[in-house]
Design a protein around this ligand. Structure first.
Ligand code: PMP
Ligand code: GLU
Length: 388
C-alpha cells in the first residue's frame, strides 16, 4: 500500500520497540533483565488512584472540554506559579495525553515546512521525529561526554539560522541524566532572547534529582525569556503514572488555543476521570515522590559502581532522571548490533545510543529493582569482557 510520505520518513520509537521485545521475551518464559523503557517500576500512589476511582463513581465519564478539566488546568497553573516561578493562568494550560502529545501538538501548531528546530544530542528519541512529522527540519547539535553532554551557548548561537523557530531544552535529560546548572540555563536563555527564537522546556524529569540538585525553569529567569518559552510536562515519571497518559503544555494563550483546536479535531479530551487523579497528584502529599527518588538514588550509585568496574567503559555521573548513558565503544560494535547481541545472547535489554543520536553509547534505565540491576550488570560485564 502506498503510504503518505510524512509517515514513511519517520522511525518508530526505539525505546518502545525494545521494551515491547523484552516483554515478549519474558512472556515466552525467558529470564530477561530489562533496562529499556523509561518507566518507574512503582505502582501509582494510592491517593491518586482513589481520586480517579471517586471521579469515576461521581460520573466523570463523559466528554470534557478539549483543553482539559477546569480544576486541573487551575491546579497546573498554580503549580507552575508557585513551584516554578512561571506566571501562568488556566488559559495558558492544555492538558494532553502525556508529555509526548504536548510536544507533538506544539510542533504541529508551530512549524511550517522548512522551519528549523535545534535539538541538542543525545536527545530523546521522539524530538526529531515529531519535528519531521510537522514538516520541520531537525538541526542536531552534538555534545560530548567531556562537555557533560550539555550544549554550550556558543554551540546554540552557531546553530541558529534565519529559519530557526525553536530550540528543545531538556533538563534533567533523557537519555544522559545531565542537569544544566542555573548559570548554564541563564546562558542558554540569553542566546534565545538575543536571537529572538522560542524554547520548549521539557521538564518531565524536574523532580527526579540527586546530590541536592535544584531545578530552574528556564522561563522563570526574566520576562523576556518567559514570553519565548513553552513548557512541556507530564505526570508519568514523578508520580509513576506512565499508563495514565497525562501531560500538559503551558505557553502563550494564542499558542495554547491553537493546540486546543488541534486536539479538538484529533483526540478531543484526555480521559476525564484520569484527570482527577492528576489533580490529586499535584495537590496531595509529595512524600511518594521523595521515596521514589531515594530508591532511584541507591540504584544509580550501584549502577555507576558496576559500570566503573568494567574495563574501557566510561559513564559520566547523571544528576537527574533515571538513566545512565555509558560509552561502550571498547566493545567495537555499533550500538544497534551491541544491544541486539546483548538481548539475544544474554537477555539484557538496553537501548542503542544511535536512537538518541550517539552511536558510541547505550542507555540503561535504572527504574528497576536492585536484583535485576545486579544480574543484568553481571551479564553486561561478561558480554563486554568477551569483546575486549
Ligand atoms: N519527554 C521526555 C524527555 C521523555 O523521556 C518522555 C517519556 N519518557 C516524554 C517526554 C513523554 O512522556 P509521557 O508521554 O509518558 O508523558
Ligand atoms: N519516553 C520513555 C523512554 O524514553 C518511554 C518510551 C517512549 O515514550 O519513548 O523510555
Amino acid at each position: 500500500m502506498k503510504l503518505a510520505a510524512r509517515i514513511t520518513q519517520v522511525s518508530p520509537s526505539m525505546t518502545l520497540a525494545v521494551a515491547a521485545k523484552a516483554k515478549a521475551m519474558k512472556a515466552e518464559g525467558l529470564d530477561v533483565c530489562s533496562f529499556s523503557a523509561g518507566e518507574p517500576d512503582f505502582g501509582t500512589p494510592s491517593h491518586i488512584k482513589i481520586a480517579a476511582e471517586k471521579a469515576l463513581e461521581n460520573g466523570k465519564t463523559r466528554y470534557g472540554p478539549a483543553a482539559g478539566e477546569p480544576p486541573l488546568r487551575e491546579a497546573i497553573a498554580h503549580k507552575l506559579r508557585t513551584e516554578n516561578g512561571l506566571d501562568y493562568q488556566a488559559a495558558n494550560i492544555l492538558v494532553t495525553n502525556g508529555g509526548k502529545q504536548s510536544l507533538y501538538n506544539l510542533m504541529q501548531v508551530l512549524l511550517d515546512p522548512g522551519d528549523e528546530v535545534i535539538i541538542p544530542a543525545p536527545y530523546w528519541v521522539s524530538y526529531p521525529e515529531m519535528v519531521k512529522l510537522a514538516g520541520g527540519k531537525p538541526v542536531i547539535v552534538h555534545t560530548s561526554a567531556e562537555q557533560g553532554f550539555k550544549m554550550s551557548p556558543e554551540q546554540l548561537r552557531q546553530a541558529i539560522t534565519p529559519q530557526t523557530r525553536l530550540v528543545v531544552f531538556n533538563s534533567p535529560s533523557n537519555p544522559t541524566g545531565m542537569v544544566y546548572t542555573s548559570d548554564e540555563v541563564r546562558a542558554i536563555a540569553q542566546v534565545v532572547i538575543e536571537k529572538d527564537i522560542l524554547v520548549v522546556s521539557d521538564e518531565i524529569y524536574e523532580k527526579i534529582l540527586y546530590d541536592g540538585g535544584e531545578h530552574l525553569s528556564i522561563g522563570s529567569i526574566s520576562p523576556e525569556i518567559f514570553e519565548r518559552t513553552i513548557v512541556s510536562h507530564g505526570f508519568a515519571k514523578a508520580y509513576s503514572m506512565t499508563g495514565w497518559r497525562l501531560g500538559y503544555l503551558a505557553g502563550p494563550v494564542e499558542l495554547i488555543q491553537a493546540a486546543t483546536t488541534l486536539q479538538s479535531q484529533s483526540t478531543s479530551n484526555v480521559c476525564t476521570f484520569a484527570q482527577y487523579g492528576a489533580i490529586a497528584a499535584l495537590q496531595g502529599p509529595q512524600d511518594c515522590v521523595e521515596e521514589m527518588c531515594a530508591a532511584f538514588a541507591k540504584r544509580r550509585t550501584f549502577m555507576l559502581e558496576r559500570l566503573a568496574a568494567i574495563p574501557g567503559v566510561t559513564c559520566p555521573t547523571p544528576h537527574g532522571a533515571f538513566y545512565v548513558f555509558p560509552n561502550i565503544s571498547v566493545a567495537g560494535l555499533p550500538s544497534l548490533e551491541f544491544c541486539d547481541q546483548l538481548l539475544e545472547k544474554h537477555q539484557v535489554a538496553t537501548v542503542p545510543g544511535i536512537a538518541f543520536g550517539a552511536d558510541d553509547c547505550i542507555r540503561l534505565s535504572y527504574a528497576t529493582d536492585l536484583e535485576t540491576i545486579q544480574k543484568g550488570l553481571d551479564r553486561l560485564e561478561g558480554f563486554i569482557r568477551q569483546h575486549l
